[in-house]
Design a protein around this ligand. Structure first.
Ligand SMILES: [Zn+2]
Length: 57
């Protein structure tokens, strides 16, 4: 199990380009996934979105 404290330490180095946050999302009972939430203006996120679109073509 990852403790809340460990999440805090992880979250401090998530993204070099923005103040990304780590959120836990419960997708079903007893199944929780961690998602990195980037700022809307994050250049890294913009790059990822571009790459995803190109791959879907
Ligand atoms: Zn970011």
């Amino acid at each position: 199990m990852i403790t809340r404290d460990a999440f805090g330490r992880l979250a401090s180095g998530l993204c070099p380009d923005c103040d990304a946050e780590l959120r836990t999302v419960e997708i079903s009972p007893r199944v929780t996934v961690a998602q990195i939430m980037h700022d809307d203006t994050c250049p890294w996120l913009a790059h990822q979105n571009r790459t995803t679109k190109e791959n879907n073509r």
